[in-house]
Design a protein. Sequence first.
Length: 207
Amino acid sequence: MDRWSLIAAARRLEAANFMPSKSGNLSIRDSDGFVITPAALPYAETTEADLVRVAADGTETGHHRPSSEWQLHAAIYAARPDAQAVVHTHSPRATALSCARRGIPPFHYMVLMAGGDVRCAAHATFGTAALADNAVAALRDRRAALLANHGVVTVGATLAAAVALAFEVENLAGQYLDLLAAGLDPVLLTDAELAEARAQFAGYGRG
């Protein structure tokens, strides 16, 4: 497990304005638990020693408190054996769309990076078990979800994959919002068209 990669990813997302005011958090699976970014500490000041390990039973190990969204990460790891990393951001355009409590429909084949349309989870207060449960439900058969009036969560088989998906969800959200702002109704891809694109993805190593 490379703890430095977690810090580097957090700084990259912050530089892209995905983590305004120290919002958002990242984690990577670690044996029977996970390692997560700490609460409140600016990413520019975060070191490997500042990261917090949370065991499956919620026991914390570290010099700081874990992110307030540690329950979100814990619930996802418990429900998704395929998830090796979780990224939660407040990227601007995806967060704006989440405030309308709208997901991202399959208007572009790149939604397949998330496994299909990106759902918007039911609203719950940040930092709660209810938010974690709602996110897990929205992530069923998906690798990304919006969190109503809140932000975005992505999962990946690697940290790099989860980060890349966070960028793609923001890109798709921006395109979708641009279409809506122009008064246009996006033409959604059919199940057959998505199936063809999924087959192409497999050939490109993106499936």
